[in-house]
Each structure stands twice: as structure tokens, then as C-alpha cells.
Design a protein around this ligand. Structure first.
Ligand SMILES: Cc1cc2nc3c(=O)[nH]c(=O)nc-3n(C[C@H](O)[C@H](O)[C@H](O)COP(=O)(O)OP(=O)(O)OC[C@H]3O[C@@H](n4cnc5c(N)ncnc54)[C@H](O)[C@@H]3O)c2cc1C
Length: 648
């Protein structure tokens, strides 16, 4: 390993020397060296059906291709002024070890966690069997602080390394991954807005994995519209606030994984203005914490109940009651929404990556099945005459579903890893102008990644179910769980509709089209560069043609919106999909272009080229449909009176 050392790796190396490789489920095929301390057969919850786990092998080759060839992350790190920037070898080692943890520890708990779910008794919530042990291993091996600042005990690695680990976690166990996801969001908010004592007291234990974080926004009457929230914060003589109110749907609000839970709560200080201008952010721990960081008695915060859900059953979704709980203001009064946006942006990208993880695993599982399952003959004559029927992968529509999944996995990976690199650049680059530019690009990419990759996860997991036919619909093969789990990702952290309004209203029109202009220029330049390569010429020209309309269409919407603001709402979701499909096309085009280099493996090069051709032929035309809907305007939606919605 080149350059610096990496402490999780050190403990992994130690673990390699352990005498007994653990017996593993089918996922063990994914990595040659077993991950330590796995004994999932011991779990009493594992029954005959649960032993049927999914096929998943971490896509390390593609991850390395994206990180090192497409994005060249290590070159970027050289400009971050890091003492010892991570090189390719270290990054690969981290990804490899992360893959082992995910394949061998988290994946075997996915099915059993779904079956068992979370339970509550007298306000105490228990996560499914094996979850706590997996969390302990995660913490012991340093994963909880992988990308957190070294001054608070983290590893200080860039987000663009951490993103690969996130994707694998989300493929293997979406529910389990929610617990560290929210902790990461809370640490970001504390890092950026906490006072020094608050960072010491709350951030450090979260980074160390002893405590976890939550995000408490939603109330029964206040979801997308946070301006309606009512939770109160009364100033106390000691400088703290008494927090009173009810929050619903709080992920990890109560659980048995960590010693303490740090709730970041939005509330109104007495006499604060109404609406979003009167919201402040508070840190409210489950067990009180003094300014020296010492943990004390139980705070007045409790879990009233947990939700019974369509999917994501192993993630505890809690009703949280705050009854005069001790809380501390984070950031300036009435600026809570700004502070929370730091956390929400991190979390929004993270939810986009949940979509990516689901797309990858549904593809792998569906592909394995499609190669194996023999049904009917190919229309153009038997492809496997020695077998009683052909494997279903010969049928064109099965291929369409598989390639759709693969295109969004590989294109989505470039997009979301690039967004993580923009996070790094916006925080670490030495040049302030470069930081600001990265931040603007990130602003526009975040809602697209969040909404598009989650919507595609819903589509792709359904393709996965369809590929398996009736077997996709029954529990045994795991596909139906993926489809159920995927459904929430388009809703939480701001629904697709809210992301679309953020993109079109705030980021594009609010930013006077500047960041969008930069993005369009980049896409255009990429198309021109690819057109110079004969094998990519036709696809690049089609991409160029499609992207050429993007700016004009944006101007048309902006003009219509001046006359009628509802036109923004009518166009927004179509506009988000249109932008997203162009960007995924751009990502696949860039990948195919980079893969033209002589040192790239021929199979990888051919695969990238074939995927691009498929995408341009079969997915990119969706852009035209969205453009037509946008150009039709919003009148057919807005002009009719509400009474017309009632049946005649
Ligand atoms: C499993 C789960 C976990 C969650 N975890 C957390 C958590 O940890 N912390 C937390 O604070 N919250 C959490 N939530 C809440 C989640 O963020 C909200 O459910 C979500 O923001 C939507 O709010 P709502 O459910 O009140 O829907 P509403 O806001 O009532 O929306 C209903 C519908 O109206 C649409 N809509 C609303 N306004 C507009 C508009 N202006 N234009 C177009 N359409 C619009 C929405 O898109 C949606 O389709 C979680 C929810 C679930 C189910």
C-alpha cells in the first residue's frame, strides 16, 4: 500500500491472520478473503427461506474505473492541501475491505431483518437480530468515521472514497444503512454549525460510533412544508432550551445500537416569526450531556411508537415525543432551516446513492436469474439447442429490462461519485473560486441525483421483479423486498416533486441559469470530444442533438412562469427527468470515451460502448417525451376547477 496508513485496514490485516475463516452464505463468493466475526448461521431468525440470499458481488471493477479513470480522484486530492492525500492503492484497499464487510456481514442480514422487523416495548426499540453486532463491527473497524475530520477522531478520507462504501451498504442492506446515514448527516450539521463545545461533546462520539444521530423535522401536519411546524423551544436560565412537541417518521429515533442518540430538532423559539423564517435548530440528546461532554440522566424525549411500513422494515421509524427536553441551539436563532440544509443536502445525496445501490443489486440478481431460467425459444431459432428451452436472457425484452438496470447503475455511479467529488472540492480545494463553482454545480446535481436515481430504483426493482416472473413476486428470491424497500426513497428527504421544484425554481431560475449554463457547456464539450472517436460518433451526435434543446426549453419555461407561476409546478418533474436522462447519457458517453484508451480492458471497453448504444436508442428518447409535455404547458392541469376531479 502506497503512502499513508489506514487504520480500518490495519485491523483487517490483523483479522486475516485469524485461524478460522467463517462459514458464509452464497455471498461469500464475492470476495476471496472472509470478513471476520461472521456467524450468521447462529441467528435463530434465519430459517429455510431466509437462507436464500441474493446474488451480489460488489462492482469493484466498475468503481475503480469510475474513481480512477473517469474522475481521476487521486489527481484532484493533490489540490486539496491534504498532508497525505490518498492514492489509488489506498482507495482500492478501502473499497475492497468495505466490499467484504457489506457482502459478508450486511447482506446475510437483509432478508432476516425484513422478516423480523423492529419491535417496541415500553418505549424501548429493538432492531432485528444481528444488527447490533454488525453495527459494532462497523464501529470497531473505523467505518463510522471514514470521511469525518481527523480532529474529531475520523479518518479524514474524502467523500468520494466514502461514496463507494455507501453504495455497497445500500445494495446489501438498505435498512441497516439508514442508521449510519443519519449519523453522517448529523455530523455534517454539527461540523459546519456547532459551537466548539458542541462539536467536542456531540460530534466526536458520533464519529467514534458510540452515539448516533437523527434528523427531526417532520410533524403530523408538517411534512414537505416545514413552515408549518409547531414544536416549541423555550429559553432556560442556563442557556439551554426546553423543547416540546411531537415529531413523526423519525429514522433511528430510538434503537438499541448506540449508547446515546443525538437528535437534531427543528423548533420555534417563543415569539419567533411564523413560517420558515422562524425555525431554529437544536441538538437534543437522548441522555443529557453537559458542556464538558459528560453524559448524564435521561432527557425528556421518548419514543411513542414505531411505524408499520411497506418496506425498510428493519429501520426503526419512530414517533418521538419531546416533553420539555433539554436542547441546545445550533447556529443562529431563526436560521435553523439553513443549518438543516447542510444536513439535508448530505442526506439527499445519500438517498440518491440508496437508489444506486438498489439498482445495482436488482440488476445482479435479475441477471443471474435470466442466465439460468429456461423458458421458450428465441424467436430467431434456438440458441441453446441442447437444452429443453433457451435461457430467458435471449429474449429481447428481458435484455431491455436488464440493460435499463445496468445503464442506470453505471451512469448513476458516475453521477453520484462525481457529486461526492464536488462535495470534497467545495470543502477542501485551496482556491475559493473553485470551491464556489463546485458548490454551485453540486446545488444543481443534488436534486437530480436524489430524485432520478430513486425514481429509477423504483423502475429498475420492478424490472427485476418482472425478470423473475412469478418468482420475483414471492419472497424467496428477495426481489420483492428490493421493490418494497425502494419505494420510500422517492418520498423521504424531500419527495420527487419537492426536488423538482428545488431544481427548476431555486437552482435553475433562482440562479438565473448560470450553473445550468456551465453544465450544458460541459455536456456539449463532452459530446464534441466523443464525436471525434469513430465508434462513438453516432451516439455522441444523438446526445448533442438532444442536449441542444435543453437551454431553449429552460428559457421557454422561465418565460411562461413570468406570466403564471403555476407553470413552474406544472413543468418541474418533467424538467427534472429530462435533465437527469441527459446527464446519465452524458455519464455513459464519458465512460465510453474514457474506455477507448489503449490500457483499458477490451471487455470493459466493449461493455461501455454497448451500454451507451442501448441508452441512446432506447432510453434517451424519453427526453423528447418530457420536452413535449413541458411545451404543452400547464393549462390542462391548472385550468380545470377542482370539482372536475369528482366522478360524474
Ligand atoms: C420510512 C420513513 C422515514 C422517514 N424518516 C424521516 C426522518 O428521519 N426525519 C424526518 O424529519 N422525516 C422523516 N420522514 C418523513 C418524510 O421526509 C416525509 O414523509 C416527506 O418529506 C413527505 O412529507 P409528508 O409525508 O408529510 O407528505 P406531504 O408533504 O403531505 O406531501 C404529500 C404529497 O404532496 C406532494 N406535494 C407537497 N407539496 C407539493 C408541492 N408544492 N408541489 C407538488 N407536490 C407537492 C408531495 O410530493 C407528496 O406527493 C420519513 C418518512 C418515512 C415514511
Amino acid at each position: 500500500m502506497r503512502g499513508r496508513s489506514f487504520s480500518p485496514k490495519d485491523s483487517f490485516v490483523e483479522a486475516y491472520l485469524g485461524p478460522e475463516p467463517c462459514a458464509l452464505g452464497p455471498s461469500a463468493a464475492g470476495s476471496s478473503t472472509p470478513y471476520p466475526r461472521v456467524s450468521w448461521q447462529d441467528l435463530s431468525i434465519v430459517n429455510r427461506q431466509s437462507e436464500q440470499t441474493m446474488d451480489y458481488r460488489a462492482p469493484q471493477t466498475d468503481m475503480r474505473f469510475v474513481l480512477h479513470e473517469v474522475l481521476k480522484v487521486a489527481d484532484h486530492y493533490q489540490q486539496f492541501g491534504m498532508d497525505d492525500p490518498p492514492g489509488e492503492d489506498l482507495i482500492n484497499a478501502v473499497v475492497e475491505e468495505g466490499a467484504k464487510f457489506c457482502e459478508q456481514v450486511l447482506l446475510p442480514l437483509n432478508r432476516s431483518g425484513d422478516e423480523e422487523g423492529c419491535h417496541i416495548e415500553d418505549g424501548v426499540v429493538t432492531t432485528p437480530k444481528g444488527f447490533k453486532d454488525a453495527f459494532d463491527q462497523f464501529v470497531e473497524n473505523g467505518w463510522s468515521g471514514l470521511t469525518s475530520p481527523t480532529e474529531f477522531g475520523g479518518q479524514g478520507l474524502p467523500e468520494s472514497v466514502g461514496v463507494a462504501i455507501k453504495e455497497m451498504i445500500d445494495s446489501c442492506n438498505l435498512s441497516w444503512g439508514c442508521y449510519p446515514l443519519l449519523s453522517h448527516g448529523a455530523s455534517e450539521a454539527l461540523k459546519h454549525h456547532g459551537e466548539p463545545w458542541q462539536r467536542e461533546a456531540f460530534l466526536r462520539p458520533i464519529v467514534e460510533g458510540r452515539w448516533t444521530g437523527t434528523m427531526c423535522l417532520t410533524e403530523p401536519h408538517s411534512g414537505s412544508d416545514l413552515g408549518l411546524l409547531r414544536t416549541k423551544a423555550e429559553p432556560q436560565a442556563d442557556g439551554s432550551y426546553a423543547i416540546t412537541g411531537t415529531k413523526i417518521f423519525i429514522t433511528g429515533g430510538e434503537q438499541d445500537l448506540s449508547e446515546n442518540i443525538v437528535h437534531l430538532v427543528l423548533a420555534r423559539i417563543s415569539d419567533a416569526p411564523s413560517g420558515t423564517k422562524g425555525i431554529s435548530m437544536f441538538v437534543v440528546p437522548k441522555f443529557k450531556v453537559d458542556q464538558q461532554g459528560a453524559m448524564g440522566e435521561r432527557n425528556e424525549v421518548s419514543c411513542g411508537s414505531i411505524e408499520h411500513k411497506m418496506g425498510l422494515k428493519a429501520s426503526a421509524t419512530c414517533v418521538m415525543n419531546f416533553d420539555g427536553a433539554q436542547g441546545w441551539l445550533i447556529g443562529p436563532p431563526n436560521k435553523g432551516l439553513n443549518c438543516m440544509f447542510t444536513m439535508m443536502n448530505t442526506a439527499r445525496l445519500a438517498v440518491g446513492i440508496q437508489g444506486l445501490g438498489l439498482i445495482e443489486i436488482t440488476y445482479q440478481n435479475a441477471l443471474a436469474y435470466a442466465k439460468d431460467r429456461l423458458q421458450m425459444r428465441s424467436l430467431s431459432g434456438p440458441k441453446y439447442p441442447d437444452k429443453p428451452a433457451d435461457p430467458i436472457i435471449v429474449h429481447p425484452d428481458i435484455r431491455r429490462m436488464l440493460l435499463t438496470q445496468r445503464a442506470f447503475a453505471e451512469g448513476g455511479r458516475v453521477l453520484s461519485f462525481e457529486a461526492a467529488l464536488l462535495v470534497d472540492t467545495s470543502e477542501r480545494h485551496a482556491d475559493a473560486e473553485v470551491r464556489a463553482e463546485a458548490d454551485a454545480q453540486l446545488g444543481i446535481l443534488t436534486p437530480i441525483i436524489k430524485a432520478l436515481l430513486t425514481e429509477m430504483a423504483v423502475e429498475c426493482t420492478y424490472h427485476g421483479v418482472q425478470t423473475l416472473g412469478g418468482h420475483g413476486y414471492i419472497a424467496e428470491w428477495g426481489q420483492e423486498q428490493l421493490a418494497r424497500d425502494a419505494r420510500i426513497t422517492t418520498i423521504y428527504e424531500g419527495t420527487t416533486q419537492i426536488q423538482a421544484l428545488d431544481l427548476l425554481g431555486r437552482k435553475v431560475m433562482g440562479g438565473k441559469g448560470q450553473a445550468l449554463g456551465t453544465l450544458i457547456e460541459k455536456v456539449t464539450a463532452n459530446c464534441s470530444a466523443a464525436e471525434a472517436h469513430e465508434p462513438l460518433k453516432a451516439a455522441a451526435a444523438r446526445m448533442q442533438e438532444t442536449a441542444a434543446d435543453w437551454a431553449a426549453l429552460t428559457q421557454e419555461v422561465a418565460k411562461r412562469a413570468m406570466a403564471d407561476a403555476d407553470e413552474v409546478g406544472a413543468a418541474a418533474v418533467d424538467y427534472l427527468f429530462l435533465s437527469g436522462y441527459i446527464l446519465v447519457g452524458d455519464a455513459l458517453l464519458r465512460s465510453a470515451l474514457v474506455a477507448q484508451q489503449a490500457h483499458i480492458d477490451a471487455k470493459l471497453r466493449d461493455g461501455k460502448q454497448a451500454l451507451l448504444n442501448f441508452y441512446v436508442d432506447r432510453i434517451l428518447p424519453r427526453v423528447g417525451q418530457h420536452a413535449a409535455s413541458i411545451r404543452a404547458g400547464g393549462k390542462s392541469l391548472t385550468a380545470l376547477p377542482e370539482s372536475m376531479f369528482d366522478a360524474a
